[in-house]
Design a protein around this ligand. Structure first.
Ligand SMILES: O=P(O)(O)O[C@@H]1C[C@H](O)[C@@H](CO)O1
Length: 318
């Protein structure tokens, strides 16, 4: 058996060389499969970069869901930064998500809006989906508004309803995937954070009060959001299961951002726009599609904007 070969006067031993080659390749393969989450210092760099691009110093952040990015368009005195200009930041790939960070004034308060978020089904690990929230934390954000488009599991809901999120069920979370999985960065928060109070009850009360003032009562709901992986919509059997589990609406986002926010002490208000009723009946005609989701978003966009703007106007001390 050939144990070595010669290059000039040198002997090159075969087995150690082969072993090194396999080790190098497998590390490369592993790294490309499981990209490491950025360090606290790397996230600080992203935050510092953004702050060099704007004079605004927001304490309120808004993440706009599918078709709901119009809110960022009404931000005044704005500085918009494309995600592709931000070093080490993901890109938005979903129609209805522009992919810009918009700083400016909303209802007289300084805000930053994400016009486009990241979803796990785009191929991003959950830590990356939640990365903007940690960037927000290091920028000084104290309150996060998250919005999303969702399908109604609760048959008493209607298309166009606004659901205040009072809780969530994370299907990826229950299956072992979580935005906080992996090394815990103690400077953000504890290894085992509680999320039973994830959705701030005072902000929900404020939303209810303002909804009443605006005459939105007939289309305002409160309920439990179920996060699924997507991108395929749910089967009929899956919808029945999610309803049995206690879900009122189902979507493909939001929970990773909320968990990362609560981990680092940011308070959260969450709101779903019911863009479609899920299909629960084998005799039903028609299926869900993203165009319908965007269309409903457009129709209810103004009302969602009014609600969020009035809430922001009334946030004490921000
Ligand atoms: O970003 P959100 O959660 O609003 O987007 C929803 C979920 C999917 O991305 C898409 C499905 O139509 O809309």
């Amino acid at each position: 058996m050939l144990l070595y070969f010669r290059t000039g006067v040198r002997r090159v031993w075969l087995l150690p060389t082969l072993f090194q080659a396999i080790k190098g390749r497998s590390r490369k393969f592993y790294c490309s499969m499981a990209e490491a989450a950025p360090s606290y210092e790397d996230i600080q760099k992203i935050s510092d970069f953004l702050l060099t691009k704007t004079k605004h110093r927001p304490k309120i952040a808004v993440i706009c869901g599918s078709g709901l990015g119009g809110l960022a368009d009404i931000v005044e005195d704005q500085n918009a930064i494309d995600y592709k200009e931000i070093p080490n930041f993901p890109r938005s790939t979903v129609p209805g998500h522009k992919g810009r960070m918009v700083f400016g004034l909303l209802a007289g308060k300084t805000v930053v809006c994400m016009q486009g978020r990241f979803h796990p089904y785009e191929g991003y690990p959950l830590w990356k989906v939640a990365l903007p929230v940690r960037v927000f934390k290091l920028m000084g954000i104290e309150t996060l508004f998250v919005t999303n488009a969702a399908g109604a599991l609760n048959s008493s809901f209607n298309v166009g309803d606004i659901m205040l999120m009072k809780d969530h069920i994370s299907m990826p979370g229950l299956a072992g995937d979580n935005a906080l999985k992996g090394h815990n960065e103690d400077r953000f928060g504890p290894r085992f954070p509680a999320v039973s109070d994830a959705y701030n009850s005072e902000l929900r009360q404020l939303a209810r009060d303002i909804g009443k003032e605006l005459g939105f009562e007939s289309f305002m709901q409160e309920g439990v959001y179920v996060q699924v992986g997507g991108p395929s919509y749910e089967t009929i059997a899956e919808c029945k299961l999610l309803r049995m589990l206690g879900g009122d609406a189902v979507g493909m986002s939001t929970v990773p951002e909320v968990i990362a926010a609560r981990h680092c002490g940011i308070r959260v208000f969450g709101m779903s726009l019911v863009t479609n009723m899920v299909v629960m009946d084998y005799d039903a005609k028609g299926t869900v599609n993203h165009e319908e989701v965007l269309e409903t978003g457009k129709r209810r966009a103004q009302d969602m904007q009014k609600l969020v703007s009035k809430m922001i106007a009334q946030l004490p001390g921000q």
